[in-house]
Design a protein around this ligand. Structure first.
Ligand code: GLU
Length: 294
């Protein structure tokens, strides 16, 4: 099967150093394998979206020379596909309606991602008089294992470490975990290259792949660029946007962060060509976070 990779930014702001690392590594890994590289705009969470950010990201990628194949897939156009997948899970009894409010589960233990482990309150049915708010998927205690190309073997009991997780939120929005699984399957993605902040989400996604009869992908989780204080770069930490006018400098910093040799080339295009010839994912440091260069 032909390698199919993707970059899936959320349009919550322009590309910054951290998101450039994910874009560049997924592009290099796909192109070095002679594969396809798709672009998906994860614009489901409208309240978090910043107007104009999606176009800015596309413009930045173009200026950097990171060309994608085909047209951009916008998650906001795919409600029907997500509803169909959710319906299939519901018909199989893999989900249940949940009436719990956030404040009712704050006393639960902390989950692996800092959220709360769902204690299963509504698993056996809604208590009388309770109104359904969200839809959750049933999980199992048996551990899910996969081998990440950079981070090594990952083992997680989704039931114990996360709990039955939300597929449709109380505000009606489809949760990221379901959308990403449906899209990766329908776009024929074979390899997911993204930041290690999503490593703990991967067992949930593998669980959904199994329930929906989709194949499991290859995974490569990159170290996340963090501030000196250990926070993920982003809008909250005031990460500056990638300077599209200075692609060589930006690509050079991202290549160095990825442990790759930085080709001394006069143009961004030649730099990318050199990086492609020498791309070696085994040079990426197997860390979940690495401080961003100053
Ligand atoms: N949209 C997600 C983000 O920007 C990435 C999703 C993914 O790569 O699976 O963090």
């Amino acid at each position: 099967m032909r390698y199919t990779g993707r970059f899936a930014p959320s349009p919550t702001g322009p590309l910054h150093f951290g998101s450039l690392v994910a874009a560049l590594a997924s592009w290099l890994d796909a192109r070095a394998a002679g594969g396809v590289w798709l672009l998906r705009m994860e614009d489901l969470d409208k309240p978090r979206e910043v107007p104009g950010a999606a176009d800015t990201i596309l413009h930045q990628l173009e200026r950097l020379g990171l060309a994608w194949d085909g047209s951009v897939l916008y998650q906001s156009t795919r409600d029907e596909r997500y509803a169909a997948a959710l319906g299939a899970l519901e018909r199989r009894g893999a989900t249940y309606p949940c009436g719990c409010t956030r404040s009712e589960i704050v006393d639960s233990a902390l989950a692996i991602d800092g959220a709360r482990i769902y204690p299963g309150t509504c698993r056996g049915g809604l208590a009388p008089g309770r109104r359904a708010r969200a839809t959750r998927v049933r999980t199992v205690a048996a551990p899910i294992r996969f081998v990440d190309r950079v981070q090594g073997e990952i083992v997680q009991s989704v039931e114990r470490e996360v709990g039955d997780f939300v597929l449709r939120r109380a505000d009606g929005l489809i949760a990221y975990q379901l959308a990403v699984v449906v899209d990766d399957a329908e776009q024929g993605v074979t390899d997911v290259v993204r930041g290690a902040d999503l490593l703990d989400s991967t067992p949930r996604q593998i669980w959904l792949q199994r329930l929906l009869g989709y194949p499991t992908r290859g995974y490569l989780h990159l170290p996340v660029a963090v501030t000196a204080g250990g926070e993920k770069l982003g809008k909250q930490t005031g990460a500056p946007p990638v300077e599209a006018a200075n692609p060589r400098r930006e690509l050079g910093r991202a290549l160095a962060f990825l442990g790759q040799p930085v080709p001394d080339a006069p143009t961004a295009e030649e730099m990318l060509r050199g990086a492609l010839e020498r791309w070696d994912a085994s040079l990426i440091r197997p860390a979940r976070t690495i401080p961003a260069p100053g």
